[in-house]
Design a protein around this ligand. Sequence first.
Ligand code: NAX
Ligand code: ADP
Ligand code: K
Length: 500
Amino acid sequence: MKILNVDQIRALDQATIQHEPIAPLNLMERAAQGFVEWFAARYPNTSPIKIFCGLGNNGGDGMAIARLLLERHYTLDIYVVRYAPRESDDFMHNHRRLKLITEQVSYIELSTDIPAIRHNEIVIDAILGSGLSRPAEGIIRSTIEAINRAPATVISVDIASGLFADKPNRPDDVIIEPDHTVTFQLPKLAFVLPRNGRYVGEWHLVNIQLNKRYIDLAPTPYYYTTPHEARLLLHKRDRFSHKGTYGHALLLVGSYGKIGAAVLASRACLRSGVGLLTVQVPRCGYSVLQTAVPEAMCRPDGHQYVLTGQSEVESPAPAEYSTVGIGPGIGKAPETLAMLRELLPTLKKPIVLDADALNLLAEHRELLDILPHNSILTPHPKEFERLTQPWADDYEKLNSLQAFAKRYRVVVILKGAFTAVATPDGEVHFNSTGNPGLSTGGTGDVLTGVLTALLAQGYDSVEAAVLGVFAHGLAGDRAADQRGPIGMVASDVIDALRWD
Ligand SMILES: NC(=O)C1=CN([C@@H]2O[C@H](COP(=O)(O)OP(=O)(O)OC[C@H]3O[C@@H](n4cnc5c(N)ncnc54)[C@H](O)[C@@H]3O)[C@@H](O)[C@H]2O)[C@@H](O)CC1
Ligand SMILES: Nc1ncnc2c1ncn2[C@@H]1O[C@H](COP(=O)(O)OP(=O)(O)O)[C@@H](O)[C@H]1O
Ligand SMILES: [K+]
Protein backbone atom coordinates (compact mmCIF):
# COMPACT_ATOMS: atom_id res chain seq x y z
CA MET A 1 0.00 0.00 0.00
CA LYS A 2 1.35 3.40 -0.91
CA ILE A 3 2.01 6.22 1.54
CA LEU A 4 1.38 9.56 -0.20
CA ASN A 5 2.39 13.08 0.81
CA VAL A 6 -0.05 15.91 1.57
CA ASP A 7 0.05 17.39 -1.93
CA GLN A 8 -0.69 13.99 -3.41
CA ILE A 9 -3.54 13.41 -0.94
CA ARG A 10 -5.07 16.72 -2.01
CA ALA A 11 -4.65 15.80 -5.68
CA LEU A 12 -6.16 12.38 -4.95
CA ASP A 13 -9.28 14.06 -3.53
CA GLN A 14 -9.52 16.16 -6.66
CA ALA A 15 -9.01 13.15 -8.95
CA THR A 16 -11.79 11.31 -7.11
CA ILE A 17 -14.10 14.33 -7.36
CA GLN A 18 -13.43 14.70 -11.11
CA HIS A 19 -13.32 11.13 -12.31
CA GLU A 20 -15.84 9.28 -10.19
CA PRO A 21 -17.41 11.90 -10.40
CA ILE A 22 -18.59 12.88 -6.93
CA ALA A 23 -19.40 16.29 -5.43
CA PRO A 24 -16.84 17.40 -2.82
CA LEU A 25 -19.57 17.52 -0.24
CA ASN A 26 -20.56 13.93 -0.93
CA LEU A 27 -16.96 12.82 -0.61
CA MET A 28 -16.86 14.50 2.78
CA GLU A 29 -20.12 12.73 3.66
CA ARG A 30 -18.53 9.41 2.71
CA ALA A 31 -15.54 10.15 4.91
CA ALA A 32 -17.82 11.11 7.82
CA GLN A 33 -19.91 7.97 7.34
CA GLY A 34 -16.75 5.85 7.32
CA PHE A 35 -15.63 7.44 10.57
CA VAL A 36 -19.04 7.01 12.21
CA GLU A 37 -19.24 3.34 11.25
CA TRP A 38 -15.81 2.75 12.76
CA PHE A 39 -16.85 4.68 15.86
CA ALA A 40 -20.26 3.04 16.34
CA ALA A 41 -18.71 -0.43 16.13
CA ARG A 42 -16.56 0.37 19.19
CA TYR A 43 -18.44 2.84 21.37
CA PRO A 44 -22.04 2.36 22.47
CA ASN A 45 -24.24 5.42 22.46
CA THR A 46 -24.12 5.62 26.24
CA SER A 47 -20.77 7.44 26.27
CA PRO A 48 -21.06 11.25 26.35
CA ILE A 49 -19.10 12.80 23.51
CA LYS A 50 -17.50 16.19 22.94
CA ILE A 51 -16.54 16.97 19.37
CA PHE A 52 -14.19 19.87 18.56
CA CYS A 53 -14.22 21.18 15.00
CA GLY A 54 -11.99 23.62 13.15
CA LEU A 55 -13.01 25.72 10.17
CA GLY A 56 -11.37 23.81 7.29
CA ASN A 57 -12.37 20.51 5.76
CA ASN A 58 -11.29 18.57 8.82
CA GLY A 59 -13.79 20.69 10.74
CA GLY A 60 -16.26 20.00 7.91
CA ASP A 61 -15.78 16.27 8.50
CA GLY A 62 -16.41 16.96 12.18
CA MET A 63 -19.69 18.80 11.49
CA ALA A 64 -20.89 15.92 9.29
CA ILE A 65 -19.77 13.37 11.91
CA ALA A 66 -21.70 15.32 14.59
CA ARG A 67 -24.88 15.23 12.47
CA LEU A 68 -24.55 11.50 11.76
CA LEU A 69 -23.93 10.72 15.44
CA LEU A 70 -26.97 12.76 16.47
CA GLU A 71 -29.03 10.81 13.95
CA ARG A 72 -27.82 7.65 15.71
CA HIS A 73 -28.98 9.12 19.05
CA TYR A 74 -25.57 9.70 20.56
CA THR A 75 -25.32 12.34 23.30
CA LEU A 76 -23.09 15.02 21.90
CA ASP A 77 -21.66 18.45 22.79
CA ILE A 78 -20.45 20.23 19.68
CA TYR A 79 -17.78 22.94 19.69
CA VAL A 80 -16.37 25.02 16.87
CA VAL A 81 -12.96 26.54 17.50
CA ARG A 82 -13.31 29.93 15.85
CA TYR A 83 -9.70 30.78 15.26
CA ALA A 84 -10.09 32.75 12.02
CA PRO A 85 -12.75 34.62 10.09
CA ARG A 86 -12.51 32.23 7.08
CA GLU A 87 -14.35 28.93 6.77
CA SER A 88 -14.05 26.33 3.98
CA ASP A 89 -17.11 25.93 1.72
CA ASP A 90 -17.72 22.38 2.80
CA PHE A 91 -17.37 23.34 6.46
CA MET A 92 -19.98 26.07 5.96
CA HIS A 93 -22.35 23.74 4.21
CA ASN A 94 -22.10 21.05 6.88
CA HIS A 95 -22.35 23.66 9.62
CA ARG A 96 -25.63 24.83 8.07
CA ARG A 97 -26.95 21.27 7.76
CA LEU A 98 -26.08 20.58 11.37
CA LYS A 99 -27.83 23.74 12.55
CA LEU A 100 -31.02 22.45 10.92
CA ILE A 101 -31.17 19.59 13.40
CA THR A 102 -29.66 21.13 16.54
CA GLU A 103 -29.33 24.54 18.13
CA GLN A 104 -26.61 23.27 20.40
CA VAL A 105 -23.40 24.29 18.77
CA SER A 106 -20.97 26.24 21.00
CA TYR A 107 -18.18 28.48 19.80
CA ILE A 108 -14.70 28.71 21.32
CA GLU A 109 -13.02 32.07 20.79
CA LEU A 110 -11.45 32.66 24.19
CA SER A 111 -9.84 30.26 26.66
CA THR A 112 -12.83 30.79 28.96
CA ASP A 113 -15.04 29.18 26.28
CA ILE A 114 -13.17 25.87 26.53
CA PRO A 115 -15.38 23.36 28.41
CA ALA A 116 -14.26 21.07 31.23
CA ILE A 117 -13.80 17.52 29.97
CA ARG A 118 -14.58 14.59 32.31
CA HIS A 119 -12.89 11.20 32.40
CA ASN A 120 -15.75 9.10 31.08
CA GLU A 121 -16.15 11.29 28.01
CA ILE A 122 -14.99 10.69 24.48
CA VAL A 123 -13.38 13.58 22.63
CA ILE A 124 -13.47 13.67 18.84
CA ASP A 125 -10.75 15.91 17.46
CA ALA A 126 -11.64 17.49 14.11
CA ILE A 127 -9.84 20.80 14.57
CA LEU A 128 -7.05 20.62 12.01
CA GLY A 129 -6.33 17.94 9.44
CA SER A 130 -3.82 17.38 6.70
CA GLY A 131 -4.13 21.05 5.67
CA LEU A 132 -1.96 22.10 8.63
CA SER A 133 0.35 24.82 7.32
CA ARG A 134 1.93 26.06 10.54
CA PRO A 135 2.08 24.92 14.16
CA ALA A 136 -1.05 25.41 16.27
CA GLU A 137 -1.17 28.79 18.04
CA GLY A 138 -3.62 30.97 20.00
CA ILE A 139 -7.00 29.53 20.80
CA ILE A 140 -6.30 26.32 18.84
CA ARG A 141 -3.24 25.77 20.99
CA SER A 142 -5.16 26.37 24.23
CA THR A 143 -7.93 24.01 23.15
CA ILE A 144 -5.42 21.28 22.26
CA GLU A 145 -3.69 21.74 25.62
CA ALA A 146 -7.03 21.42 27.44
CA ILE A 147 -7.89 18.23 25.52
CA ASN A 148 -4.46 16.75 26.27
CA ARG A 149 -4.88 17.51 29.98
CA ALA A 150 -8.29 15.83 30.10
CA PRO A 151 -8.57 12.23 31.30
CA ALA A 152 -10.88 11.35 28.39
CA THR A 153 -10.52 8.96 25.43
CA VAL A 154 -9.45 11.03 22.43
CA ILE A 155 -10.05 10.09 18.80
CA SER A 156 -8.58 12.18 16.00
CA VAL A 157 -10.26 12.49 12.63
CA ASP A 158 -7.75 11.88 9.83
CA ILE A 159 -4.72 13.09 11.82
CA ALA A 160 -4.10 14.60 15.25
CA SER A 161 -4.61 18.36 15.15
CA GLY A 162 -1.23 20.07 15.02
CA LEU A 163 0.71 17.10 13.61
CA PHE A 164 2.32 17.53 10.19
CA ALA A 165 1.54 14.55 7.96
CA ASP A 166 4.84 14.42 6.12
CA LYS A 167 7.38 16.72 7.73
CA PRO A 168 8.84 17.24 11.20
CA ASN A 169 7.16 19.27 13.91
CA ARG A 170 9.27 21.42 16.22
CA PRO A 171 9.87 19.90 19.66
CA ASP A 172 7.70 22.52 21.39
CA ASP A 173 4.71 22.28 19.03
CA VAL A 174 1.40 21.58 20.72
CA ILE A 175 -0.28 18.55 19.19
CA ILE A 176 -3.28 16.42 20.16
CA GLU A 177 -2.26 13.16 21.87
CA PRO A 178 -5.03 10.81 20.77
CA ASP A 179 -5.76 7.23 21.78
CA HIS A 180 -6.83 6.52 18.20
CA THR A 181 -6.46 8.16 14.82
CA VAL A 182 -9.02 7.22 12.18
CA THR A 183 -7.65 8.17 8.81
CA PHE A 184 -8.94 7.95 5.28
CA GLN A 185 -7.82 5.18 2.95
CA LEU A 186 -4.01 5.49 3.13
CA PRO A 187 -1.65 5.91 6.06
CA LYS A 188 0.35 9.10 6.45
CA LEU A 189 4.13 9.04 6.74
CA ALA A 190 3.92 10.66 10.18
CA PHE A 191 2.09 7.57 11.51
CA VAL A 192 5.04 5.19 11.11
CA LEU A 193 7.77 7.37 12.63
CA PRO A 194 8.75 6.61 16.24
CA ARG A 195 8.83 10.13 17.66
CA ASN A 196 5.18 10.61 16.68
CA GLY A 197 3.94 7.63 18.70
CA ARG A 198 2.06 9.76 21.23
CA TYR A 199 0.56 11.99 18.52
CA VAL A 200 -0.97 9.08 16.65
CA GLY A 201 -2.04 6.42 19.15
CA GLU A 202 -3.44 3.36 17.43
CA TRP A 203 -4.29 4.21 13.87
CA HIS A 204 -7.01 2.79 11.68
CA LEU A 205 -7.79 3.06 7.98
CA VAL A 206 -11.28 3.74 6.69
CA ASN A 207 -11.73 3.06 2.99
CA ILE A 208 -13.57 5.90 1.22
CA GLN A 209 -13.00 4.66 -2.35
CA LEU A 210 -10.61 7.34 -3.46
CA ASN A 211 -9.54 7.17 -7.11
CA LYS A 212 -7.64 3.91 -7.63
CA ARG A 213 -6.00 4.99 -10.87
CA TYR A 214 -4.50 8.06 -9.24
CA ILE A 215 -3.14 5.94 -6.40
CA ASP A 216 -1.69 3.37 -8.83
CA LEU A 217 0.13 6.07 -10.80
CA ALA A 218 1.26 8.31 -7.96
CA PRO A 219 5.06 8.17 -7.55
CA THR A 220 6.25 7.60 -3.99
CA PRO A 221 9.22 5.95 -2.32
CA TYR A 222 7.10 4.98 0.71
CA TYR A 223 5.04 1.84 1.15
CA TYR A 224 3.23 0.08 3.97
CA THR A 225 3.18 -3.73 3.73
CA THR A 226 -0.33 -5.17 3.99
CA PRO A 227 -0.97 -8.85 4.82
CA HIS A 228 -2.25 -9.38 1.28
CA GLU A 229 0.92 -7.93 -0.27
CA ALA A 230 3.15 -9.99 2.01
CA ARG A 231 1.32 -13.19 1.14
CA LEU A 232 1.81 -12.54 -2.58
CA LEU A 233 5.58 -12.65 -2.04
CA LEU A 234 5.50 -16.17 -0.62
CA HIS A 235 6.97 -18.88 -2.89
CA LYS A 236 4.89 -22.03 -3.13
CA ARG A 237 6.59 -25.40 -2.56
CA ASP A 238 6.85 -27.71 -5.54
CA ARG A 239 5.34 -31.18 -5.10
CA PHE A 240 8.51 -32.75 -6.51
CA SER A 241 10.99 -30.65 -4.59
CA HIS A 242 13.77 -32.01 -2.39
CA LYS A 243 15.96 -30.41 0.25
CA GLY A 244 18.42 -29.26 -2.41
CA THR A 245 15.66 -27.11 -3.89
CA TYR A 246 15.60 -24.83 -0.87
CA GLY A 247 19.23 -23.92 -0.58
CA HIS A 248 22.03 -24.59 1.84
CA ALA A 249 22.65 -21.72 4.25
CA LEU A 250 25.71 -21.05 6.37
CA LEU A 251 25.37 -19.16 9.65
CA LEU A 252 28.48 -17.66 11.25
CA VAL A 253 27.22 -17.00 14.75
CA GLY A 254 28.00 -17.03 18.48
CA SER A 255 30.94 -16.56 20.81
CA TYR A 256 31.68 -17.63 24.39
CA GLY A 257 28.66 -16.58 26.48
CA LYS A 258 26.54 -15.90 23.39
CA ILE A 259 25.91 -19.35 21.97
CA GLY A 260 22.23 -18.73 22.66
CA ALA A 261 22.20 -16.22 19.79
CA ALA A 262 23.55 -18.99 17.54
CA VAL A 263 20.84 -21.37 18.68
CA LEU A 264 18.05 -18.84 18.12
CA ALA A 265 19.24 -17.81 14.65
CA SER A 266 19.68 -21.48 13.66
CA ARG A 267 16.27 -22.57 14.88
CA ALA A 268 14.59 -19.63 13.18
CA CYS A 269 16.41 -20.40 9.93
CA LEU A 270 15.20 -23.99 10.00
CA ARG A 271 11.64 -22.89 10.82
CA SER A 272 11.71 -20.62 7.75
CA GLY A 273 12.06 -23.32 5.14
CA VAL A 274 15.79 -23.59 4.44
CA GLY A 275 16.77 -26.89 2.72
CA LEU A 276 19.98 -27.43 4.65
CA LEU A 277 21.72 -25.47 7.35
CA THR A 278 25.33 -25.48 8.45
CA VAL A 279 26.30 -23.43 11.49
CA GLN A 280 29.84 -22.41 12.33
CA VAL A 281 30.33 -21.64 16.03
CA PRO A 282 33.44 -21.38 18.21
CA ARG A 283 34.42 -24.76 19.66
CA CYS A 284 32.80 -23.94 22.99
CA GLY A 285 29.44 -23.91 21.24
CA TYR A 286 29.74 -27.23 19.48
CA SER A 287 27.88 -29.54 21.89
CA VAL A 288 25.34 -26.86 22.74
CA LEU A 289 24.42 -26.42 19.11
CA GLN A 290 24.41 -30.13 18.24
CA THR A 291 22.11 -30.79 21.18
CA ALA A 292 19.81 -27.79 20.88
CA VAL A 293 19.47 -27.84 17.08
CA PRO A 294 19.86 -31.42 15.85
CA GLU A 295 18.52 -30.52 12.39
CA ALA A 296 21.55 -28.30 11.69
CA MET A 297 25.04 -29.45 10.75
CA CYS A 298 27.76 -27.86 12.82
CA ARG A 299 31.26 -26.91 11.79
CA PRO A 300 33.28 -25.99 14.83
CA ASP A 301 35.60 -23.04 14.43
CA GLY A 302 39.30 -23.56 15.13
CA HIS A 303 39.05 -21.12 18.05
CA GLN A 304 37.62 -22.09 21.41
CA TYR A 305 35.82 -18.82 22.16
CA VAL A 306 35.38 -16.62 19.08
CA LEU A 307 34.89 -17.01 15.36
CA THR A 308 37.99 -16.87 13.18
CA GLY A 309 36.55 -18.50 10.08
CA GLN A 310 39.02 -21.38 10.28
CA SER A 311 37.24 -24.68 10.43
CA GLU A 312 38.45 -27.83 12.16
CA VAL A 313 36.66 -30.10 9.75
CA GLU A 314 36.99 -30.26 5.98
CA SER A 315 34.17 -28.09 4.64
CA PRO A 316 33.25 -26.01 1.61
CA ALA A 317 34.24 -22.33 1.44
CA PRO A 318 31.48 -19.91 2.53
CA ALA A 319 31.08 -18.73 -1.08
CA GLU A 320 29.85 -22.17 -2.03
CA TYR A 321 26.77 -21.93 0.18
CA SER A 322 23.51 -20.45 -1.14
CA THR A 323 23.97 -17.60 1.31
CA VAL A 324 25.66 -16.66 4.57
CA GLY A 325 24.15 -15.07 7.69
CA ILE A 326 26.65 -13.47 10.01
CA GLY A 327 26.53 -11.49 13.21
CA PRO A 328 24.33 -12.69 16.07
CA GLY A 329 26.47 -13.14 19.17
CA ILE A 330 29.84 -12.96 17.37
CA GLY A 331 31.46 -10.15 19.40
CA LYS A 332 34.18 -7.89 18.03
CA ALA A 333 37.40 -9.84 18.64
CA PRO A 334 40.30 -8.98 16.31
CA GLU A 335 40.18 -12.54 14.93
CA THR A 336 36.53 -12.07 14.04
CA LEU A 337 37.28 -8.78 12.32
CA ALA A 338 40.04 -10.54 10.36
CA MET A 339 37.53 -13.23 9.36
CA LEU A 340 35.13 -10.58 8.05
CA ARG A 341 37.91 -8.88 6.10
CA GLU A 342 38.92 -12.12 4.44
CA LEU A 343 35.42 -13.39 3.89
CA LEU A 344 33.64 -10.43 2.29
CA PRO A 345 35.66 -10.17 -0.93
CA THR A 346 35.14 -13.90 -1.61
CA LEU A 347 31.32 -13.67 -1.52
CA LYS A 348 29.46 -12.91 -4.72
CA LYS A 349 25.86 -13.45 -3.60
CA PRO A 350 23.82 -11.32 -1.16
CA ILE A 351 24.30 -12.19 2.52
CA VAL A 352 22.73 -11.12 5.83
CA LEU A 353 24.67 -9.00 8.36
CA ASP A 354 23.46 -8.25 11.87
CA ALA A 355 24.57 -7.17 15.34
CA ASP A 356 28.36 -7.13 15.88
CA ALA A 357 28.99 -7.71 12.17
CA LEU A 358 27.37 -4.27 11.73
CA ASN A 359 29.36 -2.78 14.59
CA LEU A 360 32.57 -4.05 12.96
CA LEU A 361 31.47 -2.45 9.67
CA ALA A 362 30.85 0.81 11.51
CA GLU A 363 34.34 0.74 13.04
CA HIS A 364 36.05 -0.29 9.79
CA ARG A 365 34.12 1.58 7.16
CA GLU A 366 36.29 0.41 4.28
CA LEU A 367 34.47 -2.93 4.66
CA LEU A 368 31.23 -1.26 3.56
CA ASP A 369 32.65 -0.89 0.07
CA ILE A 370 33.23 -4.61 -0.33
CA LEU A 371 29.81 -5.82 0.80
CA PRO A 372 28.18 -8.04 -1.81
CA HIS A 373 25.54 -5.93 -3.55
CA ASN A 374 21.96 -6.47 -2.37
CA SER A 375 23.11 -7.86 0.96
CA ILE A 376 20.69 -7.32 3.84
CA LEU A 377 21.80 -5.32 6.90
CA THR A 378 19.56 -5.42 9.97
CA PRO A 379 20.54 -2.61 12.36
CA HIS A 380 18.45 -1.43 15.27
CA PRO A 381 18.51 2.39 15.54
CA LYS A 382 21.67 2.49 17.69
CA GLU A 383 23.55 0.25 15.25
CA PHE A 384 22.34 2.36 12.35
CA GLU A 385 23.51 5.52 14.08
CA ARG A 386 26.98 3.97 14.39
CA LEU A 387 26.93 3.23 10.66
CA THR A 388 25.91 6.80 9.80
CA GLN A 389 25.59 9.74 12.17
CA PRO A 390 23.06 11.08 14.68
CA TRP A 391 19.92 12.63 13.21
CA ALA A 392 17.88 15.63 14.32
CA ASP A 393 14.49 14.02 13.64
CA ASP A 394 12.84 10.98 12.10
CA TYR A 395 12.69 12.54 8.64
CA GLU A 396 16.42 13.14 8.64
CA LYS A 397 16.93 9.56 9.80
CA LEU A 398 14.73 8.34 6.93
CA ASN A 399 16.74 10.34 4.39
CA SER A 400 19.94 8.98 5.78
CA LEU A 401 18.55 5.43 5.62
CA GLN A 402 17.58 5.85 1.97
CA ALA A 403 20.93 7.42 1.09
CA PHE A 404 22.87 4.63 2.82
CA ALA A 405 20.97 1.83 1.05
CA LYS A 406 21.49 3.54 -2.31
CA ARG A 407 25.14 4.36 -1.78
CA TYR A 408 26.21 0.85 -0.75
CA ARG A 409 23.60 -0.92 -2.90
CA VAL A 410 22.28 -2.87 0.06
CA VAL A 411 18.92 -3.49 1.69
CA VAL A 412 18.80 -1.93 5.16
CA ILE A 413 16.24 -3.11 7.68
CA LEU A 414 15.95 -0.44 10.36
CA LYS A 415 14.27 -2.33 13.19
CA GLY A 416 11.63 -1.13 15.64
CA ALA A 417 7.90 -0.47 15.56
CA PHE A 418 6.94 -0.23 11.86
CA THR A 419 10.39 -1.57 10.86
CA ALA A 420 11.60 0.26 7.73
CA VAL A 421 13.07 -1.77 4.86
CA ALA A 422 15.13 0.53 2.61
CA THR A 423 16.07 -0.76 -0.85
CA PRO A 424 19.02 0.08 -3.11
CA ASP A 425 16.51 1.84 -5.41
CA GLY A 426 15.52 4.30 -2.69
CA GLU A 427 12.19 2.76 -1.68
CA VAL A 428 11.17 2.27 1.93
CA HIS A 429 8.67 -0.41 2.97
CA PHE A 430 7.24 0.03 6.46
CA ASN A 431 6.15 -3.16 8.20
CA SER A 432 2.66 -3.56 9.59
CA THR A 433 3.19 -6.42 12.06
CA GLY A 434 4.92 -6.69 15.44
CA ASN A 435 4.40 -5.36 18.93
CA PRO A 436 6.38 -4.17 21.96
CA GLY A 437 6.61 -7.79 23.19
CA LEU A 438 9.37 -8.14 20.59
CA SER A 439 11.50 -5.70 22.58
CA THR A 440 13.35 -8.52 24.29
CA GLY A 441 16.80 -10.03 23.79
CA GLY A 442 17.15 -12.53 20.96
CA THR A 443 14.31 -11.49 18.67
CA GLY A 444 16.81 -9.80 16.34
CA ASP A 445 18.78 -13.07 16.15
CA VAL A 446 15.55 -14.76 15.12
CA LEU A 447 15.10 -12.24 12.32
CA THR A 448 18.62 -12.96 11.02
CA GLY A 449 17.79 -16.67 10.86
CA VAL A 450 14.54 -15.95 9.00
CA LEU A 451 16.21 -13.71 6.42
CA THR A 452 19.09 -16.12 5.85
CA ALA A 453 16.61 -18.91 5.14
CA LEU A 454 14.71 -16.79 2.62
CA LEU A 455 17.86 -15.75 0.71
CA ALA A 456 18.99 -19.40 0.66
CA GLN A 457 15.66 -20.35 -0.92
CA GLY A 458 16.22 -17.93 -3.78
CA TYR A 459 14.06 -14.97 -2.74
CA ASP A 460 15.50 -11.73 -4.03
CA SER A 461 16.84 -9.47 -1.30
CA VAL A 462 14.02 -6.92 -1.22
CA GLU A 463 11.34 -9.63 -1.22
CA ALA A 464 13.20 -11.57 1.46
CA ALA A 465 13.46 -8.46 3.62
CA VAL A 466 9.84 -7.34 3.24
CA LEU A 467 8.43 -10.85 3.69
CA GLY A 468 10.86 -11.84 6.44
CA VAL A 469 10.18 -8.76 8.52
CA PHE A 470 6.43 -9.22 8.05
CA ALA A 471 6.46 -12.92 9.02
CA HIS A 472 8.74 -12.23 12.01
CA GLY A 473 6.41 -9.49 13.28
CA LEU A 474 3.34 -11.68 12.71
CA ALA A 475 4.98 -14.48 14.69
CA GLY A 476 5.61 -11.88 17.39
CA ASP A 477 1.92 -10.98 17.34
CA ARG A 478 0.93 -14.64 17.67
CA ALA A 479 3.40 -15.10 20.52
CA ALA A 480 1.92 -12.04 22.23
CA ASP A 481 -1.58 -13.55 21.86
CA GLN A 482 -0.39 -16.76 23.50
CA ARG A 483 1.91 -15.48 26.23
CA GLY A 484 1.13 -11.78 26.46
CA PRO A 485 3.62 -9.16 25.28
CA ILE A 486 5.42 -9.09 28.63
CA GLY A 487 5.88 -12.83 29.12
CA MET A 488 6.89 -13.74 25.56
CA VAL A 489 10.52 -14.54 24.68
CA ALA A 490 12.42 -14.94 21.43
CA SER A 491 11.92 -18.74 21.36
CA ASP A 492 8.14 -18.18 21.38
CA VAL A 493 8.56 -16.10 18.23
CA ILE A 494 10.35 -19.00 16.52
CA ASP A 495 7.61 -21.42 17.58
CA ALA A 496 4.97 -19.06 16.18
CA LEU A 497 6.54 -18.71 12.72
CA ARG A 498 4.13 -19.85 10.00
CA TRP A 499 4.49 -19.61 6.24
CA ASP A 500 1.00 -19.86 4.80
N1 NAX B 1 -9.06 12.17 0.94
C1 NAX B 1 -9.10 12.75 2.08
O1 NAX B 1 -8.11 12.62 2.80
C2 NAX B 1 -10.27 13.53 2.51
C3 NAX B 1 -10.05 14.55 3.40
N2 NAX B 1 -11.02 15.21 4.00
C4 NAX B 1 -10.70 16.10 5.11
O2 NAX B 1 -10.09 17.29 4.71
C5 NAX B 1 -9.01 17.59 5.56
C6 NAX B 1 -8.09 18.53 4.89
O3 NAX B 1 -8.81 19.73 4.73
P1 NAX B 1 -8.16 21.16 4.63
O4 NAX B 1 -7.17 21.15 3.53
O5 NAX B 1 -9.25 22.13 4.64
O6 NAX B 1 -7.30 21.23 5.95
P2 NAX B 1 -7.68 21.52 7.46
O7 NAX B 1 -9.00 21.06 7.85
O8 NAX B 1 -6.50 21.03 8.20
O9 NAX B 1 -7.76 23.10 7.54
C7 NAX B 1 -6.73 23.85 7.18
C8 NAX B 1 -7.21 25.26 7.13
O10 NAX B 1 -6.72 25.89 8.27
C9 NAX B 1 -5.63 26.73 7.94
N3 NAX B 1 -4.55 26.36 8.84
C10 NAX B 1 -3.60 25.46 8.67
N4 NAX B 1 -2.80 25.38 9.74
C11 NAX B 1 -3.32 26.27 10.63
C12 NAX B 1 -2.94 26.67 11.93
N5 NAX B 1 -1.91 26.15 12.56
N6 NAX B 1 -3.66 27.61 12.54
C13 NAX B 1 -4.72 28.14 11.94
N7 NAX B 1 -5.12 27.81 10.71
C14 NAX B 1 -4.43 26.88 10.06
C15 NAX B 1 -5.27 26.44 6.50
O11 NAX B 1 -4.78 27.59 5.89
C16 NAX B 1 -6.60 25.96 5.95
O12 NAX B 1 -7.40 27.03 5.61
C17 NAX B 1 -8.46 16.24 5.89
O13 NAX B 1 -7.64 16.20 7.01
C18 NAX B 1 -9.72 15.44 6.08
O14 NAX B 1 -10.19 15.55 7.39
C19 NAX B 1 -12.39 14.69 3.82
O15 NAX B 1 -13.33 15.65 4.00
C20 NAX B 1 -12.61 14.12 2.45
C21 NAX B 1 -11.60 13.20 1.99
N1 ADP C 1 7.98 -1.90 19.91
C1 ADP C 1 8.21 -2.78 18.92
N2 ADP C 1 7.27 -2.99 17.99
C2 ADP C 1 7.51 -3.87 16.99
N3 ADP C 1 8.65 -4.58 16.83
C3 ADP C 1 9.63 -4.40 17.74
C4 ADP C 1 9.46 -3.51 18.82
N4 ADP C 1 10.59 -3.54 19.57
C5 ADP C 1 11.42 -4.42 18.97
N5 ADP C 1 10.85 -4.94 17.87
C6 ADP C 1 11.47 -5.91 16.94
O1 ADP C 1 12.26 -6.85 17.71
C7 ADP C 1 13.51 -7.11 17.07
C8 ADP C 1 14.64 -6.64 18.02
O2 ADP C 1 15.89 -6.81 17.43
P1 ADP C 1 17.23 -6.37 18.16
O3 ADP C 1 17.09 -5.00 18.72
O4 ADP C 1 18.35 -6.63 17.23
O5 ADP C 1 17.29 -7.36 19.39
P2 ADP C 1 18.34 -8.49 19.80
O6 ADP C 1 19.67 -8.10 19.24
O7 ADP C 1 18.33 -8.47 21.29
O8 ADP C 1 17.87 -9.77 19.25
C9 ADP C 1 13.48 -6.36 15.75
O9 ADP C 1 12.98 -7.20 14.74
C10 ADP C 1 12.47 -5.23 16.03
O10 ADP C 1 11.84 -4.76 14.86
K1 K D 1 -7.89 16.30 13.44
